[in-house]
Design a protein around this ligand. Structure first.
Ligand SMILES: Cc1cc2nc3c(=O)[nH]c(=O)nc-3n(C[C@H](O)[C@H](O)[C@H](O)COP(=O)(O)O)c2cc1C
Length: 215
């Protein structure tokens, strides 16, 4: 089938003003819980989100990261502080997140500002990760050019040899968490005839204002 013939009809649900919570974080948690419900295939990662960042010159990049917490009304994820995304967020703290829950015909877009997690929080989370992921974080200086896959595998093997089975692996200085404080969150529900529901919560400094956007 050719791409221009590919289209789906969205008829699963509606998103109406009367059904939403006044707090977008509560609404987000409801939709996240919805996304997790049912007999999902193993490969589905409902906490996968697209993170878009840009530098001071307007160059934009996007990639998937995993949402690892919703606390203090912020979205938390973990990455390498020397990566390309980290350099961009250092230059420009404005970021965007986008979740796609295709099985519910839903999308959530977040715009906000980024901040680093407290060091202790990053260390605590690092030690909750599988041991192999901890080693991986140490050997990979994320987003840098590497000579070959073999170089990385050799580094990993050498590193593993230095540790006993029960030795604690220290969290690298250049690895840790970030949180996104939202300034706007848009909930999108696919509807028939492309008349989708879009409700955007926009912070006016003290309250959340809900506006319906044209699809
Ligand atoms: C499903 C999925 C989950 C991912 N989760 C993370 C993550 O939580 N943190 C992370 O740093 N990279 C994660 N990645 C890898 C990133 O997409 C990206 O390749 C990496 O962070 C380097 O990005 P950068 O060079 O733009 O900094 C994930 C990729 C996929 C496909």
């Amino acid at each position: 089938m050719s791409l221009y013939e590919m289209r789906k009809s969205y008829t699963l649900a509606t998103l109406l003003e009367k059904d939403i919570d006044p707090n977008p974080m509560v609404q987000f948690k409801t939709w996240l819980a919805d996304a997790l419900q049912g007999d999902l295939p193993d490969w589905v990662e409902v906490n996968a989100m697209t993170l878009s960042t840009s530098d001071g010159h307007g160059n934009v990049t996007s990639r998937i990261v995993l949402l690892k917490g919703i606390e203090q009304d912020k979205f938390w994820f973990y990455t390498n502080y020397a990566s390309e995304k980290a350099a961009q967020m250092e230059a420009n703290p404005s970021v965007s997140l986008c979740f796609l829950w295709q099985h519910l015909q839903r999308q959530v877009r977040v715009t906000g500002t980024i901040a680093k997690a407290p060091r202790q929080q990053s260390i605590d989370y690092f030690h909750k990760r599988p041991r192999d992921s901890q080693f991986g974080a140490i050997v990979s200086s994320q987003s840098s050019v590497v000579e070959s896959r073999e170089v990385l595998e050799k580094r990993l093997a050498e590193l593993k040899q230095q540790y006993g089975e029960n030795d604690t692996i220290e969290c690298p200085e250049d690895w840790g968490g970030y949180c996104v404080s939202p300034t706007a969150i848009e909930f999108w529900q696919g509807r028939e005839s492309r008349l989708h529901d879009r409700l955007r919560y926009r912070s006016n400094g003290s309250d959340w204002v809900v506006e319906r956007l044209a699809p």
